[in-house]
Design a protein around this ligand. Structure first.
Ligand code: HGY
Ligand code: MN
Ligand code: MN
Ligand code: MN
Length: 384
């Protein structure tokens, strides 16, 4: 049994649901258990563990935050019923890669908090706080579905920006591929598509489903439905990606016309102009439809992320180091994308045979994961 298979078996059961997917929400019991596992792995390697005041966890070989350190790692949290590789693969691979390095190399391994935004709604929350992109007070006030705030879950207002991230020599995040471009076990990221999330609140007039004439209704579900159709159509027309999820309906009864329907638009495109056009078109259509339905729409942009172009020299250097590994863009957001504005940053992707992610069906072969560990070790050795 390979070291990877052994370590992977240790975390695989943690937070797994009957669906086969994972419910590993930030700072909830399964993710806290993974954090304990992380501390155990660090202890086995005599690595120093630190937690910043933002909920991010680190293991250091050498002095914590020592200038010139190469930082790797990823996140533990998942989307609801997401796959087990998205995030944890980068952390397990990091510990195994460190085992292959000369003892004097300064390496940090990070487990960033709330990368998916699956609990508090804002993705890459930990890396945005660390780099000063997210206001700590605003972050503390974010709430989950049960009304618990991030500040309560963390036990304090986050401490926010830590300038020491700029002292790192480089950041390298290994991640399962979320798509089907790779024909080889490992690839190198070139860019992250511009993307963002927009919270849309459709407000209508709650009423009786059985006694209210159709002509008298102001039904936000109708406006919402037209918006979903518009998002799907415009994305198909422009080659972009649009999804409406995290839907809440109030009062969500069978026999009551809702008063509120809330949905989050997740929009992404290969370039900013296409993304802007997509979002403008969707919101214009939604507003026009609301006028017809006698409902109102309010839109809150959240975590809009500009295109990330990873350091091309670094990407080319790693591709060459990895026998001309393919260099490819991704439509998925990552902590590495946030960090890339502050440190020379690279991402390695491990092949995903079906491309499926954010689903219990997400999978990568043990052989490809082991190739990922080997590649990460070579990259960390080269950079450190
Ligand atoms: O949603 C994303 O782009 C990433 O998987 N967090
Ligand atoms: Mn993800
Ligand atoms: Mn991820
Ligand atoms: Mn158009």
């Amino acid at each position: 049994m390979s070291e990877f298979v052994k370590l992977w078996a240790e975390i695989a059961p943690i937070g797994r649901a009957d669906s086969g997917g994972y419910l590993r929400f930030a700072l909830t019991e399964p993710e806290l258990t993974l954090r304990d596992w992380f501390r155990g792995q660090a202890a086995q390697r005599d690595m120093t563990v630190t937690e910043d005041g933002n909920g991010n966890l680190f293991a250091w070989r050498g002095e914590p935050w020592a200038p010139g350190t190469v930082l790797t790692g990823s996140h533990f949290d998942s989307v609801p019923h997401g796959g087990g590789y998205d995030g944890p693969l980068g952390i397990v691979s990091a510990f195994l890669a460190v085992d292959r390095l000369p003892a004097d190399r300064k390496i940090g391994i990070a487990a960033f908090v709330e990368e998916e935004g699956g609990r508090f709604g804002v993705p890459c929350l930990g890396s945005r706080l660390l780099t000063g992109v997210m206001d700590p007070v605003k972050a503390a006030a974010l709430t989950d579905r049960d009304g618990v705030s991030f500040g309560e879950a963390l036990g304090a207002v986050p401490t926010g920006a830590d300038q020491r991230i700029g002292q790192m020599a480089a950041v390298v995040e290994l991640h399962i591929e979320q798509g089907v471009a790779l024909r080889r076990p490992v690839g190198v990221a070139s860019a992250i598509w511009p993307h963002g999330r927009w919270r849309m609140d459709f407000v209508g007039v709650g009423d009786h489903a059985g006694t209210t004439r159709m002509t008298d209704r102001h039904d936000p579900m109708l406006t919402f439905a037209h918006t979903v159709l518009a998002a799907n159509e415009e994305a198909r027309l422009s080659g972009a990606h649009a999804t409406v999820g995290r839907v809440q309906v109030e009062p969500n009864a069978t026999n009551a016309i809702p008063s509120l329907v809330r949905g989050w638009l997740d929009a992404r495109a290969a370039d900013t102009a296409t993304l802007d056009h997509l979002v403008d078109t969707v919101l214009k259509t939604a507003t026009e439809r609301a006028g017809r339905d006698g409902t109102t729409l309010s839109v809150t942009p959240e975590s809009v992320t500009a295109e990330v172009s990873f350091d091309t020299t670094l990407a080319a250097r790693l591709s060459a180091l990895l026998d001309d590994a393919p260099i490819l863009p991704t439509g998925a957001g990552h902590d590495a994308g946030v960090l890339s504005a502050h440190v020379p940053t690279a991402m390695l992707f491990v092949r995903n045979p079906t491309g499926v992610s954010h689903s219990p069906a997400e999978h990568a072969s043990d052989a490809d994961c082991e190739a990922g560990v080997e590649a990460l070790a070579r990259v960390l050795e080269d950079l450190s």
